[in-house]
Ligand binder design. Structure first.
Ligand code: 5GP
Ligand code: SF4
Ligand code: MG
Length: 453
């Protein structure tokens, strides 16, 4: 998911629309914007893309100088408008809106406890647990109540909360998902990725640090910083650098495009191939393929052309759409491929279904040999911190060895980037970032209930 918020802007809803549009790659199932004006809270949520749901008429219904917004792809709670965010609540402190990126690891247990004590939940999201904890807090005000609530939850959250007086931005102590502070003219803005600020002529000020809470006053934009949690070693998500974040961006202090290219260069050194050309699986494989080509000295060609009128296939939640999607999305350039030995570079293999179809497509277009290269290690474990990987039994690297995977996808050779190579490319040492989907070493404890979601 992606979040955006802004304080003290006379077109807050429009800015949020732009900010969310820049984050559309983080979620395409639903979008929502909440503003606060003299008349109180205004809420609009729609399924689908920001540009589809938020027409000028809809934006007109969102007055006021402060706004938060959310683009969603479901990790818990399933699809549909009911779980679209920002979620809004009535509490004893007044109204509250929440926009959450990440996934809580103790939400299932907390929800059971709350329900057994009489709480009634309106959505299937883990985020709603936070609101219930706020509502029950004995603290004097809503900011302290939010701190109180967040101290009870574990897992990943880059969270925006909007109340009558404040816009509050908070990142979990591990800092799993990104969250950044920027300036748009005189206004303060918060976004999942800095690319949001660029779109509206704003600038990145700095990252919200792991465990930091920034409280912006709606009336004058005044800032208060807090560090309300026990300090732990941060473990930002390395998969944001591999795949999830936009490449024209800085995430966790690293240039995403350069980092992906470096992964490709490292991969070329670790797993060279005798071939005629290098082609990426667009778009996610492009920077790594460029790095691979440059390091290996092989020509880089766009041997697969991507249709821009279809979204990221894996974000589509239904299996039938995902299967159908590959051909709709990619098509081979026969004149480039015919008779050639080809290195195909992609960022990851998850189920193996997409790359199997891509290889079939390339063979049908006359490829002589296919050497598949992956710019991350085998995905052997699901993510419980906000990336929608399928359950373990569906991960091809869990059920198959590399050699079995090679046979399944019908490549001539298959190689993955090593764990060491991944971290070196990301200018990090092992342990400084989460890489649990490649290792099973989960840095934030998992409760048995949440493992099954
Ligand atoms: P596969 O070949 O495993 O079917 O699909 C791999 C493609 O899915 C890659 O191009 C990759 O960019 C994309 N992908 C990346 N991350 C994920 C994820 O978390 N889940 C799924 N299902 N696909 C992903
Ligand atoms: Fe990121 Fe993988 Fe860790 Fe999830 S498990 S937070 S995708 S590195
Ligand atoms: Mg891809």
């Amino acid at each position: 998911c992606g979040v955006f918020g802004i304080v003290g802007h006379n077109e807050a809803a429009h800015m949020t629309y732009l900010g969310l549009h820049a984050l559309q790659h983080r979620g395409q199932e639903s979008a929502g914007i909440v503003t606060w004006s003299a008349e109180g809270m205004c809420v609009q949520r729609r399924t689908g893309l920001v540009s589809e749901g938020f027409t000028e008429e809809v934006l007109e219904t969102l007055p006021g100088p402060v706004a938060i917004g959310h683009v969603r792809y479901s990790t818990t709670g399933g699809t549909g408008i009911k779980n679209a965010q920002p979620l809004t609540f009535f509490t004893k402190f007044g109204r509250l809106a929440l926009a959450h990126n990440g996934n809580l690891t103790n939400a299932v247990r907390l929800r059971k406890e709350l329900e057994s004590e009489g709480s009634i939940f309106g959505t299937a999201t883990d985020t709603e647990v936070i609101a219930h904890l706020v509502a029950r807090s004995q603290c004097e005000n809503i900011v302290d109540a939010l701190v109180d609530a967040l101290r009870k939850v574990t897992g990943a959250y880059s969270l925006l909360a909007l109340t009558e007086e404040h816009l509050i931005a908070c990142r979990d102590p591990n800092g799993v998902r990104p969250l950044v502070l920027g300036r748009v003219g005189e206004s303060s803005a918060i976004a999942s990725e800095p690319v949001s600020f660029g779109l509206m002529g704003g600038v990145l000020e700095r990252e919200i640090e792991p465990g930091e809470m920034l409280i912006l006053k709606n009336s004058d934009g005044g800032r208060v910083w807090r560090k309300p949690f026990d300090v732990v070693s941060p473990t930002p998500c390395i998969f944001e650098l591999v795949y999830f974040a936009r490449p024209d961006n800085t995430i966790f202090g690293r240039d995403v495009y350069e980092t992906r290219k470096e992964m490709g260069r490292t991969l070329a050194r670790e797993a060279p191939a005798k071939a005629d050309l290098v082609i990426p699986v667009p778009d996610s494989g492009v920077p790594a393929a460029l790095g691979y080509a440059q390091e290996s000295g092989l020509p880089f060609e766009m041997g697969l052309v991507r249709s821009h009128y279809i979204g990221r296939t894996f974000i589509e939640p239904s299996n039938s759409i995902r299967h159908f999607g590959v051909k709709l999305k990619l098509s081979p350039v026969r004149s480039l491929i015919e008779g050639k030995r080809i290195v195909v570079v992609d960022d990851s293999i998850v189920r193996g279904t997409t790359c199997r179809k891509i290889i079939k497509m390339l063979r049908e277009a006359g490829a002589a040999e296919i050497h598949f290269r992956v710019s991350s290690p085998p995905t052997t474990h699901p993510c419980f911190y906000g990336i929608d990987t399928p359950e373990r039994s569906q991960l091809i690297a869990f059920t198959h060895t590399v050699e079995e995977t090679r046979r399944y996808i019908t490549a001539d050779t298959l190689a993955y980037l090593s764990r060491e190579g991944l971290f070196r490319s990301a200018s990090a040492t092992i342990g400084q970032m989460c890489d649990a989907c490649f290792t099973g070493e989960y840095p934030i404890s998992l409760e048995s209930e949440s493992r099954s979601t």
